[in-house]
Design a protein around this ligand. Sequence first.
Ligand SMILES: [Zn+2]
Length: 311
Amino acid sequence: MIFGKVKGQETAAKALVGMLKTDRIPSAMLFCGMAGIGKTRMAVEFAKTLLCRQRPKADNPACSACSDCLAVDKGLHPDLTLVNARYQATLLDEDEAKQKTLRVDTLRRLRKDMEMRSLTGGWKIAVVENAHTLEIEAANALLKILEEPTPHSLWILASSERERLPRTVVSRCFCVTFKPLASAIVREILQAQGIAPARAERLAELGDGSASRALELASSDYPDSLTAGPMAFLEAVDALPREGYLARSQVETALFALAQDLRLKHLNGQRSFESVERPLAEISHLRQALRSNADPKTVLTLGCLAAQSLP
Ligand SMILES: [Zn+2]
């Protein structure tokens, strides 16, 4: 099946196959839906299909054997650019972990690149991950590009926070919505990465429809290390990395795990709605505070205390 490599996104796949069949490819698309459910993967598969020159019919899948397909698989196709923190870091010669927003310089460079003729005579495609991190000036630059699209250029924006994108940009894009993944699919993805079935099942529950969240939790011992006893979390707070940006992303994962653990305990009947309602609201405030640069250690401490509190 075409796009079968992207699990659990049949509706989105159907919309894309429809475009291929009718040969009506919009010049800009927005793939939206929560993080870790296959948006970027689908964007790259779609790009690969357009770039493959060994497809007898418009709705045939990419052959996965020609030089174009192989180049896409290796991330080396000259007409496909994956725009993310790594791309920007290389472009600006900076540290990848520090690329929190997409900047106007990156967009200017991309614009030049996208306006050049395709090296293979076909499409020029840019896939922009986390498009909601565009700075205002960068979003304006993108808007100008989308208003005057060059022929055979395709922009695919992927975002888990569509509401943070300027409306003017969203209105220029054809939106394709991606759904949260079924727990069984997340479990399958985790098991394919070598995670034992019982652990995969628990992580899939905690991941709440997102494979990347579940994988993040797999590489940490959250939420168990935070909820093992009244003082257990102090060790976890102490073990946070010194670098602020690393600590922040770790605390973000911890808060997600704490909130999800509370929700599951409520669903399993271990805690009443009244006993999880307030801690969940507090954790949600703490996530916002973390984004506005609150101290990660303080945020994690308060999050763990909130999760333990009973009405
Ligand atoms: Zn091919």
